[in-house]
Design a protein around this ligand. Structure first.
Ligand code: XMP
Length: 516
């Protein structure tokens, strides 16, 4: 693997993804990992990420010089670049000359390993306070900016490279090319990693892990659990049973999609539990968002446990059910491994999620993958586009998209409005531009309208289209007015009791994507 050393901020994940886009496998390691441990992983190359610190700050992350002396190719970016410069005897000054954002880069050695074939003037994304004024001995300076004399350097002989900017962000227009130059030319790595390798590797690993025993998997209708289930099904066939809990908070057609399309595509054994009444009863009279989330989570686990007991009871003489399949993704793994005390903004609840006291061994075949890679695996496994390209949908479903108490009537109303919005977004070809578009019912709000010749006193529907890369931050999508107009007209015409459609124009932060 190529190791991406994480010096904080969010850059490391993006870099790891870019490396994989270059078809080279990458893994993130924390900067606190001892160099000997990094080297023990036999990395093909090491990338040092950017980070929020200054190399002069007290307590700023450091790096053992030994890293540069092991003969492993190293590429430092931003903070990683400065660490490399200082560790090897170059000069980094706290000049106070800051550069943030899009900056023109002047390439002085167009034939260098990193810059060959790229323009001598190129926009790059900068974000730094300190600046390198002298490269370490033996290094060639390959680029500068108006403010920074040494914005890139390389020592081809020792296979050490660095750039002051962030090649991983898309505003650095040649960033991917430069990263690939490092990987292919600098480090001499063959680009041969594909999601196909993952499938074969995982199938073998799962077979070895499970043997003759049995596994269950909670399906939520979402991409991750569907792909994880399909992969495990391919490995162990009928030893896997999937459980789908229909809590009545799904959107129109979703349950059918799991029951028909998913089963048709995978041949998986499916147990559908109709728990609509149970969830409605538990949610009756509740309008506090956190309370709703907790109730939905709790009921889900109970239903799931019951289903599990039934599966065992139905075939008691069969092999034991010892495994639980989870669609955990790489960002979840990285995030839960690193970083202390992130604020609990919402109690996220993964339907299909893990009841803590269930005694299972986990099978997590996607734990090395990013979302887009999971989609590729799903595609290769033959899952239909409607499942693989599905936008994110929260586990608690429409339960947290009704502001106010959740009732059957309100759910039906919201389902109708949501189906119209989805239909029009798909017809307009916007599905891939929009990260997701929650449709929210303000059940406790009424406003006056006029329809036909009469006064109405109905509820508003909120459209919340957002653009995002990872749902951690988001911006509201500037959607074409005519599409908004069609959605609004259709919802107010076709959905009873709705006389107003409003657009949410809040980014995240400060608003979260969901309303509850
Ligand atoms: P927020 O509202 O926190 O949402 O900005 C970020 C992303 O997470 C989804 N979401 C959830 N997904 N269980 C999930 O599986 C949950 O409880 C949950 N709550 C929010 C949300 O749809 C968005 O994509």
């Amino acid at each position: 693997a190529v190791l991406v050393v994480d010096f904080g901020a969010q850059y490391a994940q993006l870099i790891a993804r870019r490396v994989r886009e270059a078809r080279v496998y990458s893994e993130i390691v924390p900067s606190t990992m001892p160099v000997a441990e990094m080297l023990a992983k036999n990395p093909k190359a090491i990338i040092l990420s950017g980070g929020p610190s200054s190399v002069y700050e007290e307590g700023a992350p450091r790096l053992d010089r030994a890293l540069f002396e092991a003969g492993v190719p190293v590429f430092g970016m931003c903070y990683g670049f400065q660490l490399m410069a200082t560790a090897l005897g170059g000069t980094v000054d706290n000049t106070g000359a800051r550069e943030y954002g899009r900056t023109p880069l002047h390439v002085s050695k167009p034939g260098s390993t990193l810059f060959e074939g790229t323009p001598t003037e190129q926009p790059v994304w900068m974000s730094h306070g300190d600046a390198c004024s002298a490269a370490p001995e033996g290094f060639a300076v390959t680029a500068s900016t108006d403010v920074v004399p040494v914005a890139a350097f390389e020592n081809d002989e020792k296979k050490l490279y660095g750039v002051q900017y962030h090649p991983e962000v898309m505003h650095s227009t040649h960033g991917q090319q430069i990263l690939e130059h490092f990987l292919y030319r600098g480090a001499g790595i063959e680009p041969d990693w594909t999601t196909g390798n993952v499938i074969e590797e995982q199938i073998e690993a799962i077979r070895a892990q499970v043997g003759d025993r049995r596994a269950i998997c909670g399906l939520s209708g979402g991409v991750d659990s569907a792909v994880a289930a399909a992969l495990v099904q391919k490995a162990i066939g009928s030893q896997l049973t999937c459980v789908y809990v229909d809590h009545g908070l799904m959107r129109k057609g979703e349950t059918e999609q799991v029951e028909k399309d998913f089963v048709a595509a995978t041949g998986v054994q499916l147990k559908v539990v109709d728990a609509q009444d149970r969830f409605l009863a538990a949610l009756a009279g509740v309008s506090d968002p956190e309370e709703k989330r907790k109730i939905i989570g709790r009921e889900f686990i109970r239903v799931f446990e019951q289903a599990q007991a039934e599966i065992i009871a139905e075939a008691p003489n069969d092999q034991p059910v010892e495994f639980l399949v989870q669609g955990t993704l790489y960002p979840d793994v990285v995030e839960s491994g690193g970083g202390a005390g992130t604020a609990n903004i919402k109690s996220h609840h993964n339907v299909g999620g893990l009841p803590e006291d269930l005694e299972f061994q986990l099978i997590e075949p996607l734990r090395k993958l990013f979302k887009d890679e999971v989609r590729m695996v799903g595609q290769e496994l033959g899952l239909p586009d409607e499942i693989v390209q599905r936008q994110p949908f929260p586990g608690p479903g429409l339960g947290i998209r009704i502001v106010g108490e959740v009732t059957k009537e309100r759910l039906d109303l919201l389902r109708d409005a949501d189906a119209i919005a989805r239909e029009e977004l798909t017809a307009a070809g916007l599905d891939r531009d929009i990260w997701q578009c929650p449709v929210v019912l303000l059940a406790d709000v009424r406003s006056v309208g006029v329809q036909g010749d009469g006064r109405t006193y109905g509820h508003p529907i909120v459209l919340r289209p957002v653009s995002s890369e990872d749902a951690m931050t988001a911006d509201w999508t500037r959607m074409p007015y005519d599409v908004l107009a069609r959605i609004s007209t259709r919802i107010t015409n076709e959905v009873r009791d709705v006389n107003r459609v409003v657009l949410d124009v809040t980014s995240k932060p400060p608003g979260t994507i969901e309303w509850e």
